[in-house]
Design a protein around this ligand. Structure first.
Ligand code: KG4
Ligand code: ZN
Length: 352
């Protein structure tokens, strides 16, 4: 903001997967956060990259325009443009990055690159009360599951992550096995609320350190359904017919969902507890789309109370993919004068 040097206005763009989002923040306060969700993928049971890129191209101008209008900050008073550079679907990232670069060039304002996973962690700094540093963050999304040790806004270290599927994938793939549409995570959450989480016991993997694994749970669910609930391991003699399987799922859906959810949540929280004990850190945050899960939120809050942790969960609109988290990260990078040149490019798989 040109006339008031104390106020820093950031315009941020997020387009890493299937959400086109733009946000404006001033001095770290979010003034707008517009999100256009792409419904086109539902019929395919997952995100189709080419369709995602095309939808971003259609959405990006109106979404940015509306974010600017809603914020009340004119475009010429924006101090920098922040955008998600990595990781994500390359075609999707390219739409956001090219748009951000064009704006930076035409407005003659600096460009700030943001790592999507760092931004998920910093979504915890959007609202009050904010966690004190250092804090641990369990980031659970459709593509990632990480425990991050955050020492300051731009100083982070991944101390644990999944060695196979992400927690969101575990929810979505389990839902698919149950015949539920994509994304199945919220549906498992919905049915689980009426179910008994102790009815079925899916195995908990024994993985060293703070890393996670969800592929064993997924396989156990697959065999369990193939056997119509008779066994967690594959036994040809028990293989159920499609009709028996369908009936078993229909009659026990709530208990199956509650039991799947309970296992995914216990895998996540047992590792988080281990990391908290090992690091001695008691400021503990959640982030990412799966933190919308009611079972996880409840168990996380209860565990926090029993361990005397200070726990933090961002509001729902800041848990799933959104540009407000890109804006807040952009704000801290602006303070650190961490700008990028126009020659930077989108990167599908950048490490931290
Ligand atoms: O962070 P996010 O919006 O996008 C990625 O960056 O991946 O996370 C999306 C994931 C999906 O796997 C979705 O099924 C899961 O979050 N999810 C949930 C719930 N809401 C979203 N999983 C379980 N329970 C929910 N309520
Ligand atoms: Zn995400």
């Amino acid at each position: 903001m040109q006339n008031d040097k104390e106020k820093i206005a950031i315009l941020a763009i997020e387009s890493s997967c299937d959400e086109t989002s733009a946000s404006v923040c001033v001095d770290g306060r979010i003034l707008s956060n517009l999100i256009a969700t792409q419904k086109v993928h539902e019929q395919f049971g997952g995100v189709v990259p080419e369709l995602a890129s095309r939808a971003h191209m259609q959405n990006i101008v109106p979404v940015v325009d509306l974010a600017i209008k809603k914020s009340g900050i004119p475009l010429n008073r924006i101090d920098a443009i922040a955008f998600t550079q990595s990781p994500g679907l390359i075609g999707s990232l390219l739409v956001g990055s090219q748009f951000a670069k064009s704006l930076s060039l035409s407005l003659d304002k600096p460009l700030i690159t943001v790592h999507h996973m760092q931004a998920h962690v910093l979504s915890n700094l959007i609202q009050d009360p904010k966690p004190e540093f250092p804090f641990l963050c369990l980031t659970v999304s459709g593509g990632h599951t990480q425990i991050v040790l955050c020492r300051s806004p731009l100083e982070m270290e991944v101390i644990g992550e999944t060695i196979d599927d992400a927690a969101g994938e575990a929810f979505d793939k389990s839902a698919k096995l149950l015949g539920l549409p994509y994304p199945g995570g919220p549906l498992i959450d919905h049915y689980a609320q009426r179910g008994n989480p102790k009815r079925y016991s899916f195995p908990e993997p024994q993985i060293p350190g703070f890393d996670f694994s969800f592929s064993g749970v997924k396989t156990a669910i697959l065999y369990f359904l193939q056997n119509a609930g008779k066994s967690y391991v594959f036994k040809e003699t028990f293989t159920a017919t499609e009709e028996e399987k369908r009936l078993f799922i229909k009659q026990n859906l709530a208990d199956i969902c509650a039991s799947i959810q309970a296992r995914i949540v216990s895998i996540l929280l047992n590792k988080l507890k281990k990391a908290a004990v090992a690091t001695g850190i008691r400021n503990i945050c959640l982030a990412g789309g799966v933190s919308a899960n009611s079972g996880l939120r409840k168990a996380f809050t209860e565990m926090g109370a029993s361990k005397n942790w200070h726990t933090f969960i961002p509001a729902f609109e800041y848990c799933t993919d959104n540009a407000a988290m890109i804006a807040i990260t952009g704000y801290y990078k602006f303070l650190a004068k961490d700008f990028s040149s126009l020659s930077v490019s989108a990167n599908a798989r950048a490490e931290w």
